[in-house]
Every structure is written in C-alpha cells, then in structure tokens.
Design a protein around this ligand. Structure first.
Ligand code: SF4
Length: 337
C-alpha cells in the first residue's frame, strides 16, 4: 500500500539539530537525582557543589545545556577509544573500567584501566582536555589517581598477606596459590595482576588534546602525604553531608568554578543569586554508607609535621583561583572524568 504525503509533512530543515539538542540533554541530565555516595572523581571540585547533590530535593540544580552535555559525552568517547588502543596490545594485559576497592570512607570509583606490563601493575586514567599542550598534570587529576593508587596498593599488600607472600617474592603462577579461605583461582583478574606486580602499584594520567589530538602522559607514583591530603578532603566532605552543614568555600562569584567565559555552575543562583544565603546553611544531614563518622573527631589524621609540610606545599588560594580561571577559559569544563 502506498500513502501519499505532502511536502510540508516531511521533516523540515533544522529539525534534526533540535532533536540532537534535546536528546543530548536527556542522555546526560541527572535531572537533579539525589546522590548517595562520594566518588573519586569528585576530588578537587567545589565541595559545596557536591554537597548540594546530596540534597538536590532542597537545592535543585539548573539543567545543563545540550552543548555542555555533548562536551561531557565527548570525554566519555575518548575513554573508550584510548582504552581500545591499549587493549589491542596484548603484552599490556590491559583491563578497562575496574571498580576500585573502598576503605572506611566508602569513596566509590572505577579507574579507567589497569595494566600489568613487565611485571609492574599500573593504573591508567584517560582525560580529554581542551588545550594544545599539557605541560603538567592537573592537581585534581593527580589527586584522583592518588586515591586509586592508595586503594590498590592497600589491596596489593592485603593480598600478599593473605597468601603469605613476602614483599621481595616474585609470584610466578597465581593459580596455584593457596590462602586461608581461597585459592589463587578464586581471585579476580585485577587481584591476580596485583599479586603478580613486582613492586608497588604505579599510575599514569594520559591526556588527549581536543584541538590537536596530541597525547601527553604523566606518570604518578604513590605519595603517602598526598594520599592523606586527598583522604582528608573526603573525610571533610563526608562530615559536612552527615552533619547537614553546607561547606564554606572561598570562590569569587565572577571566577571559576562559579562562573567562567561560556558557562556558570548549575548552583550559581543558589550561591550567588539575588537573596542567596551567604552564611551557613544547616539542614538535616544524610548518612553515607560505611561506619558512622566520628563527629567529635575533627582531627585530620595527619601528624603535626605532616600538616606543616602540607601548608608549605599549598600555594596562595588566590593564585590557585587565578590559575584555575585561566585553565577554564581554555578548558570550558572540557576535562572529562
Ligand atoms: S556556585 Fe560556586 S560555590 Fe556555589 S556550588 Fe557552584 S562552584 Fe560551588
């Protein structure tokens, strides 16, 4: 059977563009979903922004634009592509997207991949960045990777203990190991890689530049002090969520991460809009997974000497804000997790 249609019933020019605009938003919009966990990729972002997401029934975000949604989606595509390159080289034993072990803070995360190459386990993170040249690793990416390294290294040591392997021993065949409650055959492939690693877990952040497609790579070694600093960041955030107290932040309303050349934070109006409450907001807190937080224990888990060293490491906050603002002018939130 044939149905006669008239020209003005056919899709008009420009209609597909509108469909893409609206669908790209749908594909990436969390629609103000209440979050229930902290993620490793949160590190270094505005703590207040993450906090709002735990209470999005009370603090609904502005919806993201289709353009921003596509920027995020592009970042995800880069992960798939770069993962495929590494996976194609069998010698690397690359395994993609692995759930990262958790400690008492219950920070959720999936690292982009783990390799076992020449007897060394390495955690790999891919980032898409809107720069022509990447001269240094970004602090938030180093922190995210440091978290993964801390978690995986703790797991590696735990496994060695479970199977009675000394640090200098080299594991030749995992399958034949016998522990108290399980054998080498019961281990996940990531755990097997850890046991076969001849030394502490290492890491690498790999950037692909959007304007040039150049690739830059930054090896990261585990640093206990930096790890403790990241841990403290999560401990604080957890405390704020469970206490229901909005974190205090020191960002300028005209600068990143609140406002930048081509966009604004989804919570801009709540923080800086007309009649916004600039002081403390205290609401009913939300319990996160894991053991109860010790409210009276506001100590940071660092020794006095470590705190002193950390303070020396930190730059002037105004310089950091200036640096971030310059970065974002070119990044346009284009570094994707
Ligand atoms: S507007 Fe600024 S302070 Fe408020 S949540 Fe966003 S980034 Fe944080």
């Amino acid at each position: 059977m044939v149905k006669r249609v008239y020209r003005d019933e056919l899709p008009g020019q420009g209609e597909f563009k509108e469909i893409i605009e609206s669908k790209s938003k749908e594909f990436n919009d969390s629609k103000g979903k209440v979050r229930t966990a902290m993620y490793a990729s949160d590190y270094g972002s505005c703590q207040r922004k993450v906090w709002y997401q735990f209470f999005s029934d009370k603090f609904p975000p502005e919806r993201i634009t289709g353009k921003l949604a596509r920027v995020f989606a592009n970042g995800d595509d880069v992960h798939f592509r770069l993962s495929a390159y590494l996976a194609d080289d069998r010698a690397l034993e690359f395994e993609r997207e692995i759930g990262v072990p958790r400690n008492h803070l219950e920070v959720h995360g999936r690292c982009d991949g783990m390799t076992l190459h020449k007897g060394q386990a390495t955690i790999v993170e891919f980032k898409s960045i809107n720069k022509k040249v990447v001269e240094a690793i970004k602090l938030e990416h180093e922190g995210q990777l440091m978290w993964y390294l801390g978690m995986w290294e703790a797991k590696r040591l735990e496994l060695r203990k479970e199977f009675g392997i000394e640090e200098n021993d080299i594991v030749v065949d995992v399958e034949f190991l016998i522990g108290h409650t399980r054998t080498g055959r019961d281990l996940s492939s990531a755990e097997k890689k850890l046991l076969r690693s001849n030394g502490p877990v290492k890491g690498e952040v790999i950037y692909e530049c959007k304007p040039t497609q150049d690739v830059f790579s930054f090896p990261v070694a585990f640093d206990e002090l930096k790890f403790k600093e990241v841990q403290e960041w999560y401990r604080q955030l957890k405390w704020y969520v469970e206490a229901g107290i909005r974190p205090r932040v020191r960002y300028l309303r005209t600068k990143f991460p609140c406002d930048w050349f081509t966009g604004k934070c989804q919570y801009y109006d709540i923080c800086h809009g007309e009649g916004a409450n600039q002081g403390d907001i205290v609401i009913l807190g939300r319990k996160l997974e894991g053991p109860a937080v010790q409210f009276e224990d506001r100590g940071d888990g660092l020794t006095a000497e470590e705190v002193e060293r950390l303070m020396k490491l930190k730059s002037n906050p105004d310089e950091i804000a200036q640096e971030m603002n310059e970065d974002v002018a070119s990044d346009e939130e284009g570094d994707n997790e």
